[in-house]
Design a binder for this molecule. Structure first.
Ligand code: PLP
Length: 230
């Protein structure tokens, strides 16, 4: 089933790229494997998947140790400062940086290990009070601060759009995210790149791609529904 799902998602990504005049190589599919067993990840790996997303540090570290293959592990969930030390040097990209305090902690740990940490700044353009992430107004200030941290490298922006029945309802949010990333790129801030726009999940990744996403995070669409009561 995972194999068929991946083929279907890849086909949809291709079609969204064709529709919007983009090259399919511009879009990275991240298989969001949170709550799913190791066997499911092996199945996805057998289909050529190399990018996996997890939202809990402990679960991600356990999976990294068990699988022990050169995969790209993306931390997509809220990150507590006391857990930063476990993931620096192991995750390829932290998608969820939403405070200077967290970025400073990442700086400390990256400096200790003498590595660079690639991060995305999480923006909440929808301004939903229940979700993490910065408002568009706060984002540019924050980026200018984080840019000064020598071992932290901002690669772009991430957002979690609201859960909606009709993905068209999120199109405007994705469009605003793209515009924000273009605006920030135009500022030419040292140590800041805007190459990555991480947006779009199972319900809305095609619309996200049409509006400029370079990374889509798909869980349910690949691995099926999650069961949180295991
Ligand atoms: C769980 C999760 C996803 C994947 O959600 P699906 O709707 O299952 O595709 C994507 N991004 C983040 C941040 C998540 O926590």
């Amino acid at each position: 089933m995972i194999k068929e799902n991946i083929a279907k998602v890849q086909e949809n990504i291709k079609n969204a790229c064709i529709k919007s005049g983009r090259d399919v190589s511009e879009v990275t599919l991240i298989a969001v494997s949170k709550t799913k067993p190791i066997e499911a990840i092996y199945e996805a790996m057998a289909c050529g998947m190399k990018d996996f997303g997890e939202n809990k540090v402990q679960e991600m570290c356990d999976k990294i140790e068990t699988i022990n293959e050169p995969l790209n592990w993306h931390l997509i969930g809220h990150l507590q400062t006391n857990k930063v030390k476990y993931i620096i040097g192991r995750t390829c990209l932290i998608h969820s940086v939403d405070s200077l305090h967290l970025a400073e902690k990442i700086q400390d740990e990256a400096a200790k290990k003498n590595v660079h940490a690639d991060i995305l700044v999480q923006v909440n353009v929808a301004n939903e009070t229940t979700k993490f992430g910065l408002s568009t107004d706060e984002t540019i200030d924050m980026i200018e601060q984080i840019a000064k941290l020598p071992n932290v490298h901002i690669q772009g922006l991430m957002t979690i759009a609201p859960f909606v029945d009709d993905p068209e309802d999120n199109r405007q949010i994705f469009r605003e995210m793209k515009q924000l990333s273009v605006d920030i790129k135009g500022k030419n801030i040292d140590n800041v790149d805007m190459n990555i726009l991480s947006m779009g999940m199972t319900g809305d990744y095609e619309v996200a791609i049409e509006e400029g996403a370079t990374m889509v995070r798909v869980g349910t669409g690949i691995f099926g529904e999650r069961n949180y009561n295991r």
